[in-house]
Design a protein around this ligand. Structure first.
Ligand code: KG4
Ligand code: ZN
Length: 322
């Protein structure tokens, strides 16, 4: 089965072609980051216009890369939620037009579910599983008992992890999106600044990151007022250490409570090297027979391959239940 995936929810226009749920024949991504960098964040109207300008080119690139014809596609999958409405509409309209032209089924995919299924490209899923979703817009812990069987265990009560990274990066004068830059700085620093580790109530799987983010901003402002120099690497490392402590401790706790066989990490922050190492260490020292997976770096941030995988499973389930 050949699946066409389309992603346009934020600042990446992407079209992918997937064979039998796992083999990525093409994953063309056009990123708008250079256009938004100057504003320090994504400008929705600018994003929609770039999607409109680029989507047909990205389509052609994907088909060239996959070396297949449009008539070979069996199913079209597109991100429909969550995201910037003007941006989403570009992908949705392209997907509907394609499905109507070639008389093939059309499936709408939740973007977060797509991030989770990015793990399936190189790994199988062993249920029950915990999915730690850490993206620019979401921070969630989900229990998955089967394909498309999600229970939300906890989520952020304020900022998402990626959002906190981007805001911390901003006060450290790093260009948007700052997550990877903070991660890199952190690797050469020490956690010498005292920052809060917000775990909330003992039994809660919810997260709160705005207090930590504000503590970083206050530290920078205080240093500036006193004319003291900020050690950027140490501040980045202190922030990252606090974030990772919270993410790792809640993920391990959930894995134990629900006796899971696998932990998957999803979303842009899954690219974080510090998080990858800390979770791997915690899984090997605290859990037995639990597989830990991260998507390949290119499938951590927004891409259409993950949407095609998630849509493929949604379609199979819909067919089975109809
Ligand atoms: O998943 P994604 O593409 O966006 C949403 O779906 O919301 O993730 C983008 C986010 C940005 O906030 C970016 O700063 C962050 O992922 N990010 C990272 C790293 N690479 C990307 N955050 C921390 N460490 C990284 N290495
Ligand atoms: Zn995303």
């Amino acid at each position: 089965m050949i699946v066409l995936g389309i992603e346009s929810s934020c600042d990446e226009t992407s079209v992918a072609i997937l064979k039998d749920g796992k083999e990525v024949l093409a994953n063309a991504v056009y990123t708008q980051i250079p256009f938004h960098e100057v504003y320090g964040g994504v400008i929705p109207e600018v994003a929609s216009r770039h999607h409109v300008r680029k989507i047909t080119y990205v389509f052609e690139e994907a088909f060239r890369e996959a070396k297949i014809e449009k008539e070979d596609i069996d199913l079209v999958c597109v991100t429909h939620h969550p995201g910037l409405i003007g941006s989403l509409l570009v992908g949705i309209n392209a997907a509907k037009a394609f499905a109507l032209t070639y008389h093939i089924p059309y499936v709408e995919v939740d973007h977060i579910v797509g991030h989770i299924y990015a793990n399936y490209i190189e790994n199988d899923f062993n249920f029950p599983m915990i999915a730690l979703v850490v993206s620019g817009g979401h921070t969630e812990l989900r229990l998955m008992k089967d394909h498309y069987d999600f229970t939300l265990l906890g989520e952020t009560l304020d900022d998402a992890v990626g959002e906190a990274y981007d805001k911390v990066g901003r006060v450290l004068d790093l260009a948007y999106p700052a997550g990877a830059k903070v991660d890199k700085l952190s690797s050469i620093g020490n956690p010498s600044y005292k920052l809060p580790v917000v775990l909330l109530e003992k039994d809660s799987y919810n997260f709160s990151l705005s207090g930590l983010k504000s503590a970083v901003i206050n530290t920078v402002n205080k240093c500036k007022m006193k004319g003291e120099e900020i050690n950027q690497a140490n501040l980045a490392c202190s922030f990252q250490t606090s974030v990772i402590k919270v993410l790792v401790s809640k993920t391990i706790k959930a894995a134990k409570e629900y006796n899971v066989k696998q932990i998957v990490v999803a979303g842009g922050v899954a690219a974080n090297q510090g998080l990858r190492k800390a979770l791997a260490d915690a899984v090997s020292s605290e859990l037995e027979n639990v597989k830990l997976t991260f998507p390949q770096m290119k499938y951590c941030t927004d891409n259409a391959a993950m949407i095609a995988v998630a849509g493929y499973f949604k379609y199979l389930l819909e067919k089975k239940n109809s």
